[in-house]
Design a protein around this ligand. Structure first.
Ligand code: NDP
Ligand code: OXD
Length: 315
């Protein structure tokens, strides 16, 4: 009998087990932290932030399924350089991220950050918002999620710019790559959005130097930062510094260098920061399990897999 071992940090594993058992009636599904199992009998692993010891003894592992888009938590397991890691990214993950980003972009575009303050002071102020085409939105990361967000924002008439490791061609989007490309894009970005994975190269990329390049004399009198990729890409202290110095006008942060964000962090109470607890786009268990099962069937038939992570690149 084939076996699947599951370990999902902070997720309700029982729902995932139910779907997997339902879709794979001939397989045994074990929960790593609950069930007894023989590690040598495990064929597939379904994980989210697995514990240090999770992969011990899994000598016959065929594939690891990461139940999320970001695989940074798996890069410390050197034994996985030999085993394919598949990112499970259902289509609706993009929809969720799009909703989150659209909400955040509109919040700033329609001056809600100013109007909320005015309401607290019972002040009736009339503000004319800039036209969408006069707002430059710079997107860091043009992958599965970033490219879709870029195209959607372009259909909303925003002027969209995007930066990636390799230069992209996306209709209606001005694209950049490389260090100079990054600087050139940041200098123009009224709203900067991070959708980058956390790798050796992206760690700490959104820092003082980068934030200082953002426009200051635009119609918002400063730029906004929306962070939805990985917290390690930004330096939280530098975001605070930029806000306090007036280098940045506002920030919406879904991800942080340390999660959960420590209670004592000054980010919580900063007037110009909006915080959400890493939920911009969550994997829905049903669609994810369907994708996992689809890929298991491919392995069993010797077919090519989709969404394989490049362990050397780290994403
Ligand atoms: P992809 O792997 O499809 O895309 C990653 C993008 O980042 C690519 O365009 C890639 O460039 C670019 N990139 C990677 N390294 C660099 C670099 N050194 N310099 C410039 N660009 C770089 O990832 P997804 O779009 O699926 O997801 C992005 C991230 O979003 C995930 O890694 C995850 O961390 C995060 N995420 C967060 C969620 C949340 O709830 N907050 C939910 C889902 C995802 P290239 O195209 O050239 O390879
Ligand atoms: C992901 C996430 O990477 O939820 O999918 O952050």
């Amino acid at each position: 009998m084939k076996s699947v071992l599951i370990s999902l940090f902070n997720k309700d594993e029982s729902i995932w087990v139910k779907y997997l058992e339902n879709y794979l009636p001939d397989y045994k599904v074990y929960r790593a932290e609950v069930d007894a199992y023989d590690p040598e009998m495990i064929d597939y692993a379904v994980v989210w932030k697995p514990k240090e010891h999770f992969f011990y003894g899994l000598r016959n592992l065929k594939v690891v399924f990461n139940t999320g888009a970001g695989v940074d938590n798996l890069m410390k397991f050197s034994q996985l350089s030999e085993v394919p890691i598949i990112r499970i990214v259902p289509e609706d993950l993009k929809d969720s991220m799009l909703q989150y980003i659209l909400f955040s972009v509109l919040y700033y575009h329609r001056n809600m950050h100013v109007l909320e303050e005015a309401q607290k002071r019972r002040k009736w102020i009339t503000l004319q918002e800039p036209k969408a085409e006069d707002i430059n939105i710079g997107i860091l990361g043009l992958g599965f999620i970033g490219s879709e967000i870029a195209s959607f924002l372009e259909t909303m008439k925003y002027n969209v710019l995007g930066w990636s490791r390799t230069k992209k061609v996306i209709k209606g989007i001005t694209t950049f790559s490389g260090k100079t490309g990054l600087k050139n894009m940041v200098k123009k970005s009224d709203i900067l959005i991070s959708l980058l994975p956390l790798t050796q190269e992206t760690k700490g990329l959104v820092n003082r130097d980068l934030l200082e390049d953002l426009p200051k004399n635009n119609s918002f009198k400063g730029a906004f930062f929306i962070s939805c990729g990985r917290g390690g890409v930004q330096k939280d202290d530098d975001i605070l510094w930029a806000l306090n110095k007036g280098v940045l006008n506002g920030a919406t942060l879904d991800v942080f260098q340390n999660e959960p964000l420590p209670k004592k962090s000054p980010l919580w109470s900063h007037q110009r920061i909006r915080i959400t607890p890493h939920l911009a786009a969550l994997n829905n268990p049903k669609d994810s399990c369907e994708l996992i099962v689809e890929q298991i069937m491919k392995v069993e038939k010797g077919e090519k897999l989709n969404n394989i992570v490049d362990f050397t690149k780290g994403y």
